[in-house]
Structures are given as structure tokens and as C-alpha cells.
Design a protein around this ligand. Sequence first.
Ligand code: NAD
Length: 336
Amino acid sequence: KKLGIALVGLGRYSTNQLAPALQETENCYLAGIVTGSPAKAEAWKQQYDLPEKNIYNYNNFDEIASNEDIDIVYVVLPIAMHAEFTIRAAEAKKHVICEKPMATTAEEAQRMVDACNTNGVKLAIGYRLHFEPFNKRVMELGQNEIFGKVQSIKAADSSDMTSGSLDVWRLDKERAGGGPLMDLGIYCVQGAVYTMGKPPVAVKAKFGEVTHPAYFRDVEQSVKWEMEFEDGVVAECETSYADPEEKKLLYGEAENGWWKLDPAYSYEGKKGETSEGKMDFPNVYEQVNQMDSQAESFRNNQESIVPGEMGVRDMKILMAIYESAENGGKRVEIQY
Ligand code: NAD
């Protein structure tokens, strides 16, 4: 049976990526929606031929418990709303996929995992790059030591928000939990960790200068940080919301070779090369692969390869990076 997914929050990612992907998935399909906007409810109902009974708003959402068409709730809201809707979905006995970053703090993320465990449902994070050939190759190159032991990593994910609207949740700490580190830096954290196949033992971080104070009253404009792994390997990372270069880099150097994905994290157009030449992989619809894999694991009562626990781990790393940056770059060790 194809599992029914209800998307919660019909913003850009749901509209442009997830709903179209759900027209191509084999193990799951778009069965319902949860939205605060009656106009969007009507438009989506028409476009995707959704039955009225599978359309919810944020208030009556808990009634989803009795809807047998919905097996999975996919939370695609601003970050500070992830915990509430993940926990409400778990209490409605639905499996959950939650977008990245999982929450605004590690404690909140742990409560989400606990709620899913208590209610006997599975939780996965929307980490799409684990389902994509270029990044999967980097996991193999790093973790299987194909060019020998990894010696250093560089990762950068930045965008430029400084000509757009000021009135967006990503610039509002209350709704976003933080700035580019939360939204984009998470990809660098993930990239370095899946290159190494293990999490860092410590971090050191510095906030960048604020050159656009109108935009960055509330959240950081940029951060540079180092993640230190066992054996002293260091990943040098950076993220920014005010970088015209819009970097999307994941680079690794090992004893006998190197690799580079650039762009590494965009939905399309990934490119990669190694010290042995160009990487030749197709660009796939990674959200299709992601949701199909997650639906398959839920159906088999197994953990996704990107489970809630991975999200908690990453929140611990993000919080340590903030702690270091707020304390002048002091070395912060991380307990998992
Ligand atoms: P968006 O701003 O386009 O959409 C957010 C949605 O939440 C909108 O439909 C909005 O109406 C709704 N919403 C409900 N309450 C809100 C409130 N108080 N303030 C603002 N919006 C509110 O954002 P998006 O880019 O679709 O991001 C949504 C989530 O998806 C985020 O967690 C983001 O990190 C994640 N995301 C993931 C990827 C990925 O590649 N995995 C890509 C983009 C976004």
C-alpha cells in the first residue's frame, strides 16, 4: 500500500519541491494538507484532487488521528513550529517527517524524539542529500577511506537575502531559532559529518561582522566555524545570508586524493570532481528518493537512515557552534 502523506505548511518548499515530488513517488502519495490559509486549501484541493475530509487547518489538525488516509505527517513549517506539530502528529499516532533543522534547541529536538517513541511512531528528518548520488559518493570516499584517511574538510553554504523582504521568518529569531547557521549551516554540519562517518568532538566559532544591520537585527549575518574530529581532523565551515557568491561547497582532502562538490547542496545542477577526474552521476529527484525511502522504512517499522536521533545530534552541534561564537570562539566540547 502507498502511504498517505499530509504536508503541514504550504510554503515554497512544499509547493515547488515536495508536492510535485509526491506525484512521482512509488511508496507514498499526497493524501492531505494542513494549512492556515483557506485560499491555499481551495487551490490545492483543485490542483491535487484532494478530498475535503483530508484538508485540515492548524486548529483542527489533531482530528487527523481518526483519518485512515493519512499515515505520515510531513512538517514543513518555520523552524520554531516543528516541535509543536511533530508532537501533535505523534500524539495522533502518525509517523512524522520533519524538515531541517529539526528544532530550535537540542532539548526541543529530544522531546520530539521522545514523543514519537512514546506514541509508537517513527520520526525522520528531511535530509534529502542522503538520497542523492554525488553526496552518497562523498560518504563512500570519506567513510570507506577510498583515498586513504580524511585529512581535512571545507564546507560552505551561503545565500544573499540582502535585497529581499525584511519581513520573512528566516530573519526572525523567534520563528527561525537563529540565522543562516540554522537554515544553511546545517548542510555544512551534515556534509562534514557524513564525510567522516562520525560527529565532531568539539567546535570553535566566530560570528562575522554585521554589514547589513537592517536585515540582521535579530539573527546573525554570518558564522565561520571549525569542527574538530577525533584524530584531529578539522572541518572549516562557513555560512552567511549576505554572500553574493552564494557558496554551496563540500570539499574533502585525504592522504591520496581529494574531492569537491560544487554545488553540493542545491536541488539541481550538482557537480563534482575528484583528484581522478569528473564525477559522472545523474541529477536525480532527491525528494522523491527521500520520501520513498522514508515511507518504505515506516511501512517496515524500521528507522529511516536519517532518523530523529540524527536530527538531535545535529542540534547539539549547532548549539555548540552558537555557544562558542557567543563566547568569543572558545573551544566547546560536545556530549552526545
Ligand atoms: P516558506 O516561508 O516558503 O513557507 C513557510 C510556510 O509556513 C508558509 O506556508 C506559511 O504560511 C506557513 N506559516 C505558518 N505559520 C507561520 C508563521 N508564524 N510565520 C511564517 N510562516 C508561517 O518556507 P519554506 O522555505 O517552505 O521552509 C519551510 C521549512 O522547510 C523550513 O523548516 C525550512 O528549513 C525547510 N526547507 C527545507 C528545504 C530542504 O531542502 N530540505 C528547502 C527549503 C526549506
